[in-house]
Ligand binder design. Structure first.
Ligand code: FES
Length: 130
């Protein structure tokens, strides 16, 4: 069925995102598959997998391209939370903008951008921890 690896909407507990922006995805090899239909009425989603320690933020840019950011703080590898302006790590207060750029230390490295490929129906995100 075409729904293999398809997302299911789940309640969201973090940040300022709405429940419809959190989707559950299965890991296929080392890739997460996000259906392009997830962006029909929104410009970003947060992808979660039971198999992975960190969520992935996937944004559709205004030019129609997509960007995937690992939601892991680059200071000491704690999860970051979505905010209205980007991301925050509550462990020591680092902040990042929506492009993953460091705004507030102690983190000095930007959030990790994950490689993506797009086919007819899905965005495939290569999940790898640096
Ligand atoms: S682990 Fe994120 S600020 Fe220290």
């Amino acid at each position: 069925m075409a729904c293999a690896g398809m997302a299911i909407t789940l309640p969201l507990l973090n940040g300022c995102s709405t429940p419809s922006q959190l989707i559950q995805a299965s890991l296929n090899g080392d890739e997460l598959q996000v259906p392009l239909t997830a962006f029909a009425d929104k410009n970003y989603v947060i992808v979660r997998s039971k198999q992975l320690e960190f969520d992935v933020f996937v944004k559709k840019e205004t030019d129609g391209t997509y960007k995937a950011l690992l939601m892991r703080c680059t200071h000491r590898n704690n999860p970051v939370q979505r905010t209205s302006a980007g991301f925050v790590c509550h462990e020591h207060g680092s902040r990042f903008n929506e492009q993953g750029k460091v705004l507030t230390e102690p983190a000095v490295k930007n959030l990790t951008e994950l490689p993506i490929t797009i086919n007819q129906s899905y965005i495939n995100i290569k999940y790898r921890l640096p």
